[in-house]
Structure formats: structure tokens, C-alpha cells
Write a protein that binds this ligand. Structure first.
Ligand code: DGJ
Length: 706
């Protein structure tokens, strides 16, 4: 019997630490010079095999070369010339750290490598956490100024959460997400250049244009085969990840909060803790990597993954800023009749907000639109059997607002620079304690006084001219703003246990594991065109589970693209996530309303599979795209198939369903037709898509119990 190895161990004699997950091993070694270096990350190895690995550290072969070793966090000293994960400056101008031989601490599934500088009062802890039911390794760093009153401050130019390394591979390929407003989460998969590749956001938000997630492989991995290493940073402000493929074939990457040029000051006794940078290895392709991320996010990140995400009706695309009690009530009645479970009143309900140029920051109902406040609407929505949700954008302010007039100094700004307005708004500096306190008070009152069950928390611009006049360490705002947002969300949830929060930043501009730790789902994109959504949702699913991916059925032609598509196609695409409705229901015909009600009812039957099942992407998002959701116990399955454009004489091949059990029969839950699991796995199901563009199908299978 092979020995059962503990999940976390450190052997001082070998200097080797091992982190074991159900399907992987991560190992590092602390060398005689005190530096923790990467040893191994891949399928499990026993100790004897691990000990046969070559030493991670060998000295530079010439006076021009870097030493051959991958650091767990490169400290900007020694013959290291790649991107440093830790960059510090001491009062006398000395840069970088040199460690004493390290100590360590293990508590449950957590390992800390304790490092202290040989000369200066600086201590770092490299932290690792594993859990028995996840292949994800969570890593972060804590930095401390250990000096006394006589010691000068330490400047931190970079403090990454972790650095990672790949074993030598024949080639390297990177997968990552890029995009823009209305086109978030586009998956790119490219050969990794021999260079430093920087993925970053300098915007104070996670970003539409890039996301702090990547996957690396040797160029041969597919959805279901091949080794994949994947990491993601749990942070909702600016961030930077640098991937370094060097000319002699090594690939490492390092990442953390903040972008280049920022620096933070540590005074004696102060500490700086990074967000989590999580990573996982799988031997079974990109699909398995995504499923492992989905499981991890549901089990260890989301505050409450067990509840069904409600079918929302959101009024934004129907009314934009033209909201009032009567109009919203009309929509709410129609939405309830279609099966909506949550009604969200979007932008435009407060202050002087009749357009995007005024009122932001004044969180009291517009007296003309809601003469008796919001309570009557909330009560009516509740009477209709729905929860009541409210749009807010607490971090932002219009210049034309009472809040700005009262507190012009509350915005992120520099007195000597013109403050750039984006969407006519400025960013409030939540790093200032009085601003954080105001936001919490205001939101708490809104929720308490108006029977609010749900907040859609939006943020519609990036930071610019970001300064903090009068503050000696102004770059702290890039960290402390985000932390204040987290704290407010956490506090609101603790004080209002029924409250749910949706993350939004002009669509999917702030979706990451940091924000998802205190929200329930994210508004994926303002682009609700179902054809564009197929690619957006494909990218989103690389990391995030469908239970967090809000998707609405909206009007046709689509407001963003002008494309006209059938209701059924729009619904089938939106059913791949958390289905919602977002159209002007007052303009829908009786037939459309009846069809929509039927589609919502069908979604509710497959909802547990979509929101809690295992997701298999059966094809790339072009031609015919199919996604399969399987219940954890294998008893039920939902397959969504979309074909945006028809081609004459071209029949899509039968669709194989490899996640089915070959030894089981299945019944089509809608038609009662019986299928053999072996046939569906090995030969596939005929799609029988209707002719014409925008064809789609929902296949719902149940295990047959004779
Ligand atoms: C951007 C969001 O993504 C939209 O859904 C909507 O809430 C608008 N903001 C409102 O201004």
C-alpha cells in the first residue's frame, strides 16, 4: 500500500515543501542561500521520485547569464534579470532583498515560508493553501516592516502575490482573455513569444480589455486532453501579470495587484498583504481546467453557491433613464407573468438623474418619478411574488450633483491636473475613511428603508489623474479603494443576510475571484446580441461558472448590433447562464409573451444543471456551438446547441456527448424518446436543427431507470 502523504509538508533536512491536491503535486525547495525556488508542479509524484528531480538552482554559466532557477518570488537580487516579484527600496537607497535561511509554519492546509532580510528590518511570508476537494493552490504574500522607531520607511515598488513556473516543455502556448466594452471575454490562444508578455490593467478596475487569468500549455492541449497550468488573481483593481519565456526555454510568470510605476510605503510595524493568486494543474485539457475552476469558485469563493440564481427582469434596455413608478410597475407585472423572480430597477431612479450628466451620487428617489419614494414599487413587486432589486453606482459621482457640490475633495483627483470626465462622471476616493463610511451608510439606508433584496453594483469608468492630495502615501488609493469596496459589500451582506449583490462595471468590466467572493453573479456584458454572446460566454466559461454569468433575453433587433434574431434563439443562448429578461415587454406581442413564459419555465427545469452541474464545451464558438451541463450525479443532462448561420447543403454532424455513461440509457425529458448512452457517446445525437439562420435546440436528458 503506498503511504498516504499529507496535503502539506516541509522537510527541513531536504528543504523541500510539498503541497498535495487530489490530482496534483506542487513542490518547492528552500536553498542554502535562503531563497525558496520552484521544484515541481504536475501530476502527483511520491517522495522518492521527487528526490530524483534535478536541483532547481544552478549558478549562472557566464558572467552575462541569469542563474538557472525559478523563484517562488524573485527578490531583485543575485544574478536574476527577469521580472522581480518583490521590489523594495530601503532608506539608504539599497534595492531588493537577500534572505536568511528560512523558517516555516504549517497550519492545517496552509504553509508559510518565513523569510527575513539579512540586513534590513524586512520580513516576508510566502503563503500557500490547499484544500482536500480542490486542485487549486491559493498563494499570497505578506510583507512586514519589522523595525522600530529609529528605522526609516521601506518603499515597496512591487509586491506580487506569487510567481509560478512551468517544467521544460517543447513549446509554450498562452490562453488569455481580451476584449472591450460590449465585447468582453474573447479567448485568445497564441504561441508564447520569447519575451516578457505583460497582461495588465492600469484602470483601477479589473478591466474589459484583459482579465487576470491565463492558461499555459505546450501547444498540443485540447478541450479534453493535455496538460494545462492555469492561474488567476483574485483582485478587482489594477493588476499586472508578467509571463517570461526566456531564450533558453524556461517559462515563469509573476503577478499581483497594482500596475507599474506605483509604490507604497511601509513604516515600522506596518504590513502589506496581497490578494490571492490561485493556480491549478490538470492533465485533462482546457475543459477539465475550467471544470476545476468552476468547482473551486462555487465551493470556496462564492458566498452562497447553493441557492438558485433567480430569473431577473431588468428594466435598463426597456426604459434607459426614463423610469417612473407607473412605467416600472407595468413592466414588473408583465415580468411576473413570464415567470421572473426578481425585478431590478436600473439606472435613472435617483436625484436629478434623467440622463448621464447629473445626479450620480444623490441616492434619494427622483421626486417626480417616484413621488412616494421607492417603497410602493418595492411592495408591489413583492406582492407580485418577486424580489426587489436596485441599481447603484456608489463609487461614482457627476459634477452636477449635490454630493459633488458638498464634497468636491472626495473624488480621486490632483489639484494641478484637469480631471478627465468619462461618461460625465468622476471616481470617489473610497480609500478615504469618510467616503467609505458615507457609502456604507447610504447603501445600508437604501436597503433597509426600501425592502431591497438585491443590489446591482455598477462602476462605469476607469481611474484617471488618480492622486490623493495631502496624503503622504497617495498610491495606497489603488489598493485601499478596492479593499473599501470589498469591506462595504461584506458589511452589507453581514447586516442584511437576505441581500444578494450583482457585480457590474459597464457590463463585465470587474469580474474576478475577488469580487465574486462577495457577490452572487456578474453582469457579463452590455452586449445582449445572442450571436456575439456565444463567443463572450465561451471566454467567460474558461474560468467562471455559469451560475455567475447573467444573461438576458432582450428585444430584437438588438440595440447594440441591430441584428434581428428569433426569441427562441435569444432564449437558448441566455439559458447557458443565469437566465434573465431585459426587453421592453410592453412592446412584445401576446404570442411572444406566451413563448417567453414557456421558455422561462423550460429554463427553470434545467436550472440546477446549468447553475450547479459540470460544464462541457463541445465545440468552439463558430459554426455549430454546443455546451453540455451534467448533474453531479449524472442523472440529468442539458445540452444547448446554437447555429447562427445556415449553409446550404451542410448538415451538422451528429453531436457526441462524451460526458454520458455508456452503460446507461437516457430519456429525452421533453419527447420521452429513449437513447442508448453508448450510442450518444460514440456515435452522437442527430441535431435536427430547424432550417434557416439562428437555429437552436435544448436537449434535456434524464437517466432511464427501467
Ligand atoms: C452599465 C450596465 O452594464 C448596464 O446594464 C446599465 O446598468 C447601465 N450601466 C446603467 O447606466
Amino acid at each position: 500500500m503506498p503511504a498516504v502523504l499529507p496535503p502539506v509538508s516541509f522537510d527541513p533536512a531536504r528543504g523541500v515543501a510539498e503541497l498535495r491536491t487530489p490530482n496534483s503535486l506542487y513542490a518547492l525547495r528552500v536553498d542554502a542561500d535562503g531563497s525558496p525556488r520552484h521544484l515541481y508542479w504536475g501530476p502527483p509524484l511520491d517522495r522518492a521520485a521527487l528526490d530524483t528531480l534535478p536541483a532547481p538552482h544552478s549558478p549562472a554559466r557566464s558572467s552575462f547569464e541569469a542563474e538557472a532557477a525559478a523563484d517562488e518570488l524573485a527578490p531583485q537580487s543575485g544574478a536574476r534579470f527577469g521580472p522581480a516579484g518583490l521590489q523594495v527600496r530601503f532608506a539608504d537607497g539599497t534595492r531588493g532583498a537577500q534572505w536568511r535561511p528560512a523558517d516555516h509554519r504549517i497550519t492545517g492546509g496552509e504553509l508559510r515560508i518565513l523569510l527575513t532580510d539579512r540586513h534590513f528590518p524586512l520580513a516576508a511570508e510566502l503563503c500557500y493553501r490547499v484544500r482536500p476537494d480542490s486542485d487549486v493552490i491559493e498563494r499570497w504574500t505578506e510583507l512586514r516592516h519589522t523595525g522600530g522607531p529609529g528605522d526609516g520607511p521601506i518603499t515597496v515598488d512591487r509586491l506580487d502575490s506569487a510567481s509560478w513556473a512551468l517544467p521544460p516543455l517543447s513549446d509554450y502556448r498562452i490562453s488569455h482573455l481580451v476584449g472591450g466594452w460590449n465585447s468582453e471575454f474573447q479567448l485568445l490562444r497564441d504561441r508564447l513569444p520569447v519575451a516578457e508578455t505583460v497582461l495588465t490593467s492600469r484602470r483601477g478596475l479589473t478591466g474589459h480589455h484583459a482579465g487576470p487569468w491565463l492558461a499555459l500549455d505546450d501547444g498540443s492541449a485540447t478541450e479534453e486532453h493535455g496538460e494545462v497550468w492555469s492561474t488567476t488573481l483574485a483582485w478587482s483593481g489594477s493588476w499586472r501579470i508578467t509571463v517570461h519565456r526566456d531564450p533558453v526555454g524556461r517559462t515563469t510568470w509573476t503577478g499581483g495587484f497594482g500596475h507599474e510605476g506605483l509604490s507604497w510605503t511601509l513604516h515600522p510595524g506596518e504590513r502589506l498583504t496581497t490578494p490571492i493568486f490561485a493556480g491549478l494543474h490538470t492533465s485533462h485539457g482546457f475543459g477539465a481546467a475550467s471544470r476545476a475552476w468552476h468547482d473551486h469558485v462555487r465551493t470556496h469563493v462564492l458566498p452562497d453557491a447553493a441557492h438558485d440564481r433567480p430569473v431577473v427582469y431588468n428594466s435598463w434596455e426597456a426604459t434607459h433613464f426614463d423610469v417612473d413608478h407607473r412605467g416600472q410597475l407595468l413592466l414588473a407585472r408583465r415580468a411576473a407573468a413570464l415567470g421572473a423572480e426578481l425585478f431590478v430597477l436600473d439606472d435613472g431612479w435617483f436625484g436629478a438623474r434623467r440622463h448621464d450628466r447629473a445626479g450620480l451620487g444623490d441616492w434619494t428617489p427622483h421626486p417626480g418619478a417616484f413621488p412616494d419614494g421607492l417603497r410602493p414599487l418595492a411592495d408591489e413587486v413583492h406582492r407580485l411574488g418577486m424580489a426587489f432589486g436596485l441599481w447603484v453606482e456608489p463609487e461614482m459621482v457627476n459634477r452636477d450633483s449635490d454630493l459633488y457640490r458638498a464634497h468636491p475633495d472626495w473624488v480621486v483627483h490632483s489639484p494641478t491636473r484637469t480631471a478627465t470626465e468619462l461618461r460625465h462622471q468622476l471616481v470617489l476616493n473610497f480609500a478615504r475613511p469618510e467616503v467609505e463610511a458615507w457609502a456604507l451608510r447610504t447603501l445600508d439606508r437604501l436597503v433597509r428603508d426600501n425592502g431591497v433584496d438585491w443590489l446591482k453594483w455598477d462602476a462605469n469608468r476607469a481611474f484617471t489623474e488618480a492622486a490623493w492630495p495631502g496624503r503622504p502615501d497617495p498610491d495606497r488609493l489603488w489598493i485601499d479603494h478596492t479593499r473599501a469596496v470589498y469591506r462595504i459589500m461584506d458589511r452589507l451582506r453581514a447586516d442584511h443576510p437576505h441581500l444578494r449583490i450583482e457585480a457590474c462595471a459597464g457590463g463585465g468590466g470587474r469580474v474576478d475571484l475577488g469580487i465574486l467572493a462577495r457577490t452572487d453573479q456578474a453582469w457579463t456584458s452590455d452586449n445582449t446580441d445572442p450571436v456575439d454572446r456565444i463567443a463572450i460566454q465561451h471566454g467567460y466559461s474558461q474560468l467562471f461558472p455559469a451560475a455567475t454569468m447573467a444573461a438576458w433575453i432582450t428585444d430584437s433587433p438588438n440595440g447594440a448590433t441591430g441584428r434581428a434574431t428569433p426569441l427562441r434563439f435569444r432564449a437558448h443562448v441566455a439559458m447557458a447562464g443565469v437566465l434573465g429578461l431585459g426587453g421592453d415587454l410592453t412592446a412584445w406581442s401576446e404570442d411572444e409573451l406566451a413563448e417567453a413564459a414557456d421558455l422561462v419555465a423550460r429554463y427553470k427545469r434545467i436550472r440546477p444543471l446549468v447553475q450547479r452541474g459540470r460544464q462541457y464545451r463541445l465545440s468552439a464558438p463558430d459554426g455549430v456551438t454546443a455546451v453540455h451541463y451534467a448533474a453531479a450525479d449524472g442523472a440529468e443532462h442539458a445540452v444547448l446547441v446554437w447555429r447562427p448561420a445556415t449553409r446550404f447543403g451542410h448538415q451538422p454532424p451528429a453531436l457526441r456527448l462524451p460526458a454520458l455513461d455508456a452503460h446507461t440509457d437516457y430519456l429525452d425529458a421533453d419527447t420521452g424518446r429513449r437513447y442508448s448512452g453508448a450510442v450518444l457517446r460514440h456515435r452522437g445525437i442527430d441535431l435536427d436543427l430547424p432550417s434557416g439562420d439562428y437555429a437552436s435546440r435544448l436537449i434535456h436528458l434524464r437517466r432511464h431507470r427501467p
